[in-house]
Write a protein that binds this ligand. Structure first.
Ligand SMILES: NC(=O)c1ccc[n+]([C@@H]2O[C@H](COP(=O)([O-])OP(=O)(O)OC[C@H]3O[C@@H](n4cnc5c(N)ncnc54)[C@H](OP(=O)(O)O)[C@@H]3O)[C@@H](O)[C@H]2O)c1
Length: 787
């Protein structure tokens, strides 16, 4: 060893030798910090969504579901992995290979951001793939139809009671058009409005799917039907197909005509039932046309979501106002939803009602065109999207599955009352964990730990904070015994984040200080390894980047951290789960953040030139280590170092190389990107705006970054120098026209992930104020709790 060290120190090739060696099997080993591609790719994906690629929707092994990249931008409709379909199938559920799914105006509202809902597509038809173990009435291979949220994809799951056989002779695209419209129409007219023979009903937007289904149902009940439509073609369809007299067809865009018409045709009494899908003034006018004892059924959700007003006077005449929200019915009363659906299909089977017409079928590859067609309001009948064999759709590249914690397991967090431990506990409960034990010497004595326990308990989890010094083996063994006595489920994962900083220069450090910082990490880590089950799902050590870079006053802490790294490697070599995360400087949460930005601790940490890590970044890395893979197929190594920049990154940020960069173990990452940067010239302007925004520490800083970027972009577009653009003046003062404003808006959206209107860009607001507004809404800017 001495020979190797002397040789390395004398070498003319290097001005800095390797200082740390290990001998394994007689072989001297040195350390090198290398890039971890999987984790780096994962973290890049948090800031720049990977571009969708063309892939088949018809895939057996990859459940996909339709989402929208940006609400309101139909060109960002794209398929992504459906993690729900990856979970075990419920005992009473059925899994269907989707062949066709109906598109409704509510899907459009969701895509445009006018209606908040967590999925697109509400009904579908396809072939049963699998059934849950309690399902006896349905079997794989059967053509079926259903309605439930999120059917735009290749696989759908629904409770067996919500799945009906496709009537004989009916094709799957027709079947996909029917479940929701007939269930809605039947529930509205029979269950809610109790429409009786001889009564009158006004059906708005009657050429649409629900409208036509309602016409057929109302006619089968024996009611007199009045309808509104928005075009001559729609009027012709209804008169020809359903024999509705022309005098009973009104213009849905002319409120006064349909109200006057309905009043005239009912001798001034008004209509008994209104089935409404019109919004705003048309809704209020229709409400005025309701007869005594009438029932108004509201299907549209725009006014309800917008909490708009309703005239109270009609209630004097014993009228009632109902809202029908089928997805809410399904969520809260699946038995009624199932019964209504079964009754509707029965009416279809007995041909009391028939499929609506026309049905326009489009492949899923034209999903954007289908939404746009719906947007024009010109189409008649129902639009159905079909999964075709060779159809390619936009698919977001596969990401690793999010972690779901087991509800039947206990998870231990040592140091769980600390800043990071508390953040981890909250995240775990949010992702399925139901039994969590926080271990620290103070147990529930500190208010933060007590508050956390109450908060998580209120969320339905069994959480406790027990006093335990993890460096004391007896106490750790006692915890395991107490778990058994108090019937906590088996421990399946541990996070070891116990830390007690006792900083001092090594020559001044007392023995107590040395062991004070060392033991929670060394003995604590070993005690947990020794006393917890060998086959746990995860064993994560929160080590520190200080163990890698070193710190003059933290020799004790550094030693403890490197011990944790070594234990992770040891456990992995024995086939046990383990990962040591060398946490960098945490921003916003944890010990350094709690000391404030003014203090010595923060200044020290800054002086190290570490890159700050936000909570979501830390949790993302923790999630990858627990899952075991960062991106699909990339196994997370036993030790992950975070918060170190490469040479290129530090140059880009205009940071000097830190002193610890001189060590040979950093020689690789020091070179990464450095050559490129020195060719391009360094300086803060060169770093991408999104990266700068992702790392900023206050909204003011973010506004300055956006101001700089706007000035630069404007200068480039106007072919002037950036010095000629004055941030205190508005964009419009530089002769920006609406075309350039649109381009600026698109650039702001693409690079800064903020929505700004052309109107705002052309207003007289100074560039810096506009930049503040953009920074405040940018998805790239972290959320600052005090702003
Ligand atoms: N925050 C950062 O920027 C950062 C950076 C790098 C690494 N890390 C690592 O992340 C982990 C958590 O950091 P943090 O910021 O959350 O620290 P923190 O807020 O100081 O929390 C540390 C926790 O450890 C507990 N603890 C100390 N000694 C213990 C012992 N012997 N047995 C049981 N519990 C003990 C403390 O509670 P009691 O005093 O009541 O026991 C406290 O709850 C640490 O392992 C640290 O090395 C953090």
């Amino acid at each position: 060893m001495l020979k190797v060290f002397c040789h390395a120190s004398d070498s003319k090739d290097s001005d800095q030798p390797d200082w740390e060696y290990a001998i394994r099997n007689g072989m001297p080993m040195i350390q090198r910090v290398l890039l971890e591609k999987g984790i780096n790719d994962l973290s890049s994906s948090w800031y720049a969504a990977p571009a969708p690629e063309q892939a088949p929707l018809k895939q057996d092994c990859r459940p996909l579901t339709l989402g929208i990249g940006t609400l309101g931008r139909l060109e960002t409709l794209q398929f992504e992995d459906d993690w729900v379909a990856a979970e075990p199938l419920g005992a009473d559920d059925v899994e269907i290979t989707v062949r066709a799914a109906g598109l409704s105006s509510q899907d459009l509202m969701v895509a445009m951001g006018q209606l908040s809902r967590s999925g697109l597509g509400v009904d579908c038809a396809g072939i049963i793939r699998r059934v849950g173990r309690n399902v006896k009435t349905l079997e794989p291979g059967t053509p079926v139809m259903t309605w439930k949220l999120g059917t735009f994809g290749n696989i759908a799951r629904a409770p067996a009671t919500m799945v009906q056989h496709v009537p004989d002779g009916m094709d799957l695209t027709t079947a996909a058009s029917l479940p929701l419209i007939y269930s809605t129409a039947l529930y509205s007219l029979s269950t809610v409005a109790r429409l009786r023979p001889g009564e009158t009903i006004l059906i708005h937007g009657a050429a649409g799917g629900v409208g036509q289904a309602a016409i057929m149902l109302a006619q089968s009940i024996g009611a007199t039907v009045f309808v509104t439509v928005s075009s001559e073609a729609k009027k012709n369809l209804l008169t020809a197909t359903y024999g509705i007299p022309e005098s009973h067809v009104f213009n849905s865009r002319d409120d006064s005509s349909f109200v006057q018409g309905a009043m005239r045709l009912t001798d001034g009494h008004g209509v008994d039932v209104v089935l409404n899908s019109l919004a705003g003034e048309a809704l209020r006018t229709s409400w005025g046309a309701i007869a005594r004892f009438g029932r108004f059924v509201e299907l549209g959700q725009r006014d309800i979501a917008g909490n708009t007003g309703l005239d109270m006077a009609p209630f004097l005449r014993n009228v009632s106002f109902h809202s029908v929200n089928m997805l809410d019915l399904l969520d809260w009363d699946v038995a009624t939803a199932s019964r209504v659906f079964a009754d509707a299909v029965d009416l279809l089977r007995r041909q009391i009602v028939k499929p609506i017409a026309p049905i326009q079928v489009m492949p899923f590859s034209q999903v954007e065109e289908a939404f746009r067609l719906l947007q024009t309001g010109a189409h008649i009948g129902k639009l159905v999207l079909e999964v075709q064999d060779d159809d390619l759709v936009s698919v977001v590249p596969a990401a690793a599955a999010p972690v779901r914690f087991r509800s039947d397991a206990t998870y231990l967090i040592a140091g769980g009352g600390g800043g990071l431990g508390r953040a981890i506990a909250l995240w775990m409960v949010g992702n399925g964990a139901r039994n969590i034990l926080l271990l620290s010497r103070s147990g529930t004595k500190k208010p933060a730990a007590r508050d956390l326990v109450s908060r998580l308990t209120a969320q339905g989890a069994r959480v406790d904070a027990w006093p335990c010094d993890v460096s004391n083996e007896e106490q750790v063994a006692g915890i395991i015994e107490r778990c058994r006595l108090e019937s906590w489920p088996r421990v399946r994962g541990v996070i070891q984040g116990a830390m007690d900083l006792q900083d001092a220069l090594y020559q001044n450090m007392t023995y107590e200080q040395f062991t004070g910082a060392l033991l929670p990490k060394v003995n604590g880590t070993w005690n947990l390894h020794k006393h917890l089950p060998e086959d746990m799902d995860f064993y994560v050590l929160l080590s520190s980047v200080i163990g890698i870079a070193g710190s003059p006053c933290q020799g004790n802490y550094s030693a403890g951290n490197t011990y944790q790294d070594a234990v992770a490697h040891y456990r992995r070599s024995k086939g046990m789960a383990a990962c040591s995360i060398d946490v960098g400087m945490m921003l916003g949460v944890g010990y350094i953040a709690e000391q404030g930005t003014e203090g010595r601790v923060h200044d020290n940490a800054k002086a190290w030139s570490f890159l700050g890590i936000h909570e979501h970044e830390f949790i993302g890395i923790l999630e990858a280590t627990i899952r075991g893979e960062s991106t699909p197929g990339s196994v997370v190594p036993p030790q992950v170092i975070t918060g170190l920049g490469t040479g290129g990154m530090l140059m880009q940020m205009g940071e000097k190389y830190p002193w610890w960069f001189k060590e040979m173990k950093f020689s690789h990452i020091k070179r990464v990107g450095a050559h490129q940067q020195s060719n391009q010239g360094s300086g803060k302007d060169e770093i991408s705006v999104s990266t700068q925004l992702g790392r900023c520490q206050s909204l003011d800083e973010a506004s300055d970054i956006v101001t700089g970027a706007l000035v630069k972009k404007l200068a480039k577009s106007m072919v002037v120098s950036a010095e000629d653009i004055e941030p205190s003046k508005p964009v419009s003062s530089y002769g920006v026209d609406s075309l350039l404003a649109v381009e600026l808006r698109n650039w702001i959206y693409a690079d800064i992930k903020a929505e700004v209107s052309v109107f705002d860009l052309l207003s007289s607001v100074p560039i810096m104020s506009l930049a503040g507004k953009i920074a405040g809404t940018s998805e790239m800017v972290p959320k600052f709790s005090d702003e």
